[in-house]
Design a protein around this ligand. Structure first.
Ligand code: GLU
Length: 549
């Protein structure tokens, strides 16, 4: 068979040669050791934590080494494509601090290695499909779906591996004339790779995360161009990662099993292999068992979840680094104030067996991260979030900047700041008692204090409360009410002699706290009242008094 003739028959429109593309996309001029990484999402409209996890890894590898991190849109499967998915994806990644140096962007693309949409690179893929056909390493296959299903049934019956390979690859050796006949009679065809691999032989590659991997060679004649001429993922990413000069392919573990195909394609095309870095899937504890995070069951898999709840991007990034690199927490302990990018990220400290994602841990990390932000930063973040997700709250905050800053500053300065804030929705709930329209009684009066005493405490407090009292004087008044009503001024006296007192000063203050905040646990009460102002304090106390009846 004259393969060049076949290649020209199949791809008459392709005039460029492989060498032309080597010139169009030259080897990048980067310093020694600089890594080129990419994110290759499909525009399905669903961006998940796994994408962000991989994106951080790729971004760090590139930017730490003075390399390039680019965005390539893998839109060869139009069935899964969702309108508007690309800007959404870019915005979501930007929100979490992932920035690309080149590739697809909101206002068009940047970079010399584009187009960065696979759907616009058709001619390039066809050129290399043609090249493989010309070398006898690819061929047109006219098998219909029915014929393929039949093959599969036979393979199942004989307990053989499924697929088109070896003698099952019936159209490997059609003659030129047979091919011409089929094409002229309008039979659709795909282009398959002609595999020379032997699954009884093994090859070894070094995975950037998993180390040495030994796998059986590929023997499948995989499809490289579909009937529409559109490439499959296998073929497109090989051509793209070669010509975009990717040095490290960071991608999900689900691609590991097709690595033999990719290795075979790189080798058939005579190109050197990038370093594959297969990340692990994210798992969660479900009762006693560990399972994969699932799109259907776990809303926290979607990045939108973190935006909706109002997690600060710094917190998400900080947490993801703790699960990306096992030594990050150690670094953080030793360098509590360091910028996150000072940490040296490495693939060999990445887990290679199911990374455990834990929302409680994220929340703990978030508390630490937010405790380091200023009240202004938190206010600004709350404002941005509420404009997008809770416009009524944004309206409520309008013109209240000074009050909000005071609220957000309570007990947060100094060297032992409170760590109450986790994410916007929770922060709003946490501070909601300051706003009459959101105020509700959540807890109960302490059981040590009978209702009759509750009334008496509130009544007396109402009489003596003076906004201009210092914290000391204010507390002295509470002590007086405490002892007058038969409660211990010092909690330890009550603990020692519980029969002598009804309760202690903490119980009495909690009556006031509950009336003012609706809760029995809150930051510093004196401070809260200073922010509320006399009218609101009196109003709350009077309301609580009335509610008891
Ligand atoms: N388009 C593939 C996906 O969305 C990307 C795989 C890769 O990064 O190579 O899963």
């Amino acid at each position: 068979m004259d393969y060049t003739k076949l290649a020209n028959l199949l791809f008459p429109q392709i005039k460029k040669t492989p060498e032309d593309y080597e010139t169009i996309y030259p080897v990048r001029n980067l310093p020694e050791g600089a890594k080129v990484t990419r994110l290759g999402p499909s525009p399905t409209g669903f961006i998940h934590l796994g994408n962000l996890y991989g994106a951080f890894a790729g971004e760090r590898l590139a930017h730490q080494s003075g390399g390039v991190f680019f965005l390539r849109i893998e839109d060869t499967d139009d069935k899964r494509e969702v309108q508007g998915a690309v800007p959404m994806l870019i915005n979501a990644l930007h929100h979490f601090g992932v920035h690309f140096d080149e590739g697809a962007g909101i206002g068009g693309e940047t970079g010399d290695y584009g187009p960065y949409y696979q759907s616009q690179r058709g001619e390039l893929y066809q050129c290399f499909a043609k090249h493989l056909v010309a070398k006898g390493l690819a061929y047109p296959c006219f098998l219909t779906e029915g014929e393929i299903a039949e093959i599969r049934l036979k393979q199942e019956a004989q307990k053989l591996n499924p697929g088109i390979y070896g003698t099952w690859a019936k159209h490997r050796d059609l003659t030129f004339e047979e091919i011409v006949d089929r094409i002229s009679s309008g039979q659709p065809y795909v282009v398959r790779f002609r595999s020379n691999g032997n699954p009884d032989s093994h090859f070894t590659v070094i995975d950037g995360i998993r180390g040495e991997l030994t796998m059986p060679e590929n023997d499948q004649d995989v499809v490289i161009l579909k009937r529409t001429g559109i490439p499959t993922y296998h073929f497109a990413h090989v051509v793209d990662d070669h010509f975009m000069r990717t040095t490290h392919v960071v991608r999900g573990e689900e691609w590991l099993s097709s690595l033999p195909i990719h290795v075979a394609l790189f080798s058939a095309l005579g190109w050197s292999l990038p370093i594959y870095c297969h990340t692990t899937v994210l798992m969660k504890m479900d009762g006693e068992t560990k399972r994969k995070l699932s799109k259907r069951k776990d809303p926290e898999l979607s990045l939108e979840y973190y935006k909706q709840e109002g997690y600060h991007p710094f917190a998400v990034r900080e947490y993801l680094l703790t699960i990306l690199n096992s030594n990050f927490e150690e670094f953080r302990l030793a360098n509590p104030d360091a910028q996150i990018d000072e940490f040296k990220f490495t693939t060999d400290k990445m887990s290679n067996s199911g990374t455990l994602f834990d929302l409680d841990k994220l929340n703990d990390v978030s508390k630490e991260v937010l405790a380091k932000l200023s009240a202004e930063e938190i206010f600004f973040f709350l404002l941005q979030w509420s404009r997008a997700y809770q416009p009524a709250l944004a309206e409520m905050m309008a013109g209240k900047e000074e009050q909000m800053l005071r609220i957000l500053s309570i007990d947060r300065g100094g060297n032992k700041p409170r760590k109450d804030f986790i994410y916007c929705r929770q922060i709003f709930h946490f501070i909601s008692y300051f706003f009459d329209e959101h105020f509700i009684i959540e807890d109960e009066y302490p059981k040590e204090v009978p209702l009759k005493d509750v009334k008496e405490i509130l009544n007396r407090y109402f009489q003596v409360y003076d906004e201009s009292d210092s914290q000391e004087d204010w507390f002295e008044k509470i002590r007086t009410i405490t002892s007058d009503l038969g409660y211990a001024v010092k909690p330890k006296d009550f603990k020692k002699n519980p029969d002598q007192y009804k309760g202690h000063v903490g119980h009495v203050s909690n009556v006031i706290r509950l009336a003012l905040t609706g809760r029995t646990n809150s930051p510093d009460l004196w401070e809260i009242q200073q922010i509320m102002g006399l009218k609101q304090v009196q109003g709350r106390i009077a309301q609580a008094f009335q509610d008891i009846g």
